[in-house]
Design a protein around this ligand. Structure first.
Ligand code: ATP
Length: 226
């Protein structure tokens, strides 16, 4: 039996906007096994980001059950959620979310500050994460001195420095040109293969389906294919 990494049962989520109720997630049932590389697609506004946020503990559902690597997270406190996120999850975003006044390596190291590790050990780990994503030559540059692809590779180094069980990536190639997008997807794929990191990416780009081991499609808050 494969190890189940994420399990959602009867998950519902609504938003209220100027008197309207938007059903962002409608009765979602989904199981993702350890080591899968899931590509989540669907038209704009169908609920992809909401689903990613609920699976990763960035947001809570109104109803239903969410289990992440054995922890039930749908009713967890913010303190517990942030502890689970810190230990188990790496996040990658469309706009990179790097801190502008820190260098590339400081952006990666910052994940481990403050913490039990010595400065030298943090520095070594950050260097090896940057080498893994082939961005070590730019380690002393600030984000504004990096290309989009380089910024995203630094962001991926930051996402993997604590060896997460799961990577969630929301439109990771949305701001990149074709060549840089390909490089970022190859990188996520190789991390998934080498380290067995369960990976879930949201995208609009049909060309990225080939990187996944599985395609999940949404429409109007529902999963229509999984
Ligand atoms: N905080 C919020 N308040 C109100 N409505 C929201 C909020 N977040 C999302 N929504 C609505 O919920 C629905 C699902 O949004 P979501 O961002 O999950 O879609 P998406 O599939 O990721 O869209 P896109 O591809 O455009 O990023 C949309 O109708 C959106 O307007």
């Amino acid at each position: 039996m494969p190890e189940v990494m994420i399990k959602l049962e009867n998950v519902q989520k609504e938003f209220r906007l100027r008197g309207n109720i938007i059903r962002a997630l409608v009765d979602i049932n989904l199981k993702i096994n350890a080591g899968e590389f899931v590509v989540l697609m669907g038209p704009t506004g169908c609920g992809k980001t909401t689903l990613l946020n609920v699976m990763s503990g960035l947001d809570l559902p109104d109803d239903g059950t969410v289990i992440l690597d054995g922890d039930r997270i749908d009713r967890a406190s913010e303190e517990r959620l942030s502890d689970i996120r810190r230990r188990k999850i790496g996040f990658v975003f469309q706009d990179f979310n790097l801190v502008e006044n820190l260098t590339a390596i400081e952006n990666v190291e910052a994940v481990l500050w403050p913490g039990p590790l010595r400065t030298k050990e943090i520095n070594n780990r950050a260097m090896s994460a940057l080498a893994k994503v082939d961005a070590h030559e730019r380690m002393n540059n600030h984000p504004k001195e990096l290309s989009g692809g380089e910024k995203q590779r630094v962001a991926i180094a930051r996402a993997i420095i604590h060896k997460p069980r799961i990577i969630f990536a929301d439109e990771p190639t949305g701001n990149l040109h074709h060549a840089a997008a390909t490089q970022v997807m190859e990188l996520l794929k190789s991390l998934n293969k080498e380290m067995g990191t369960t990976t879930i990416i949201v995208t609009h780009d049909k060309n990225l389906v080939k990187y996944g081991t599985r395609l999940v499609e949404m429409e109007h808050g529902r999963i229509i294919k999984s």
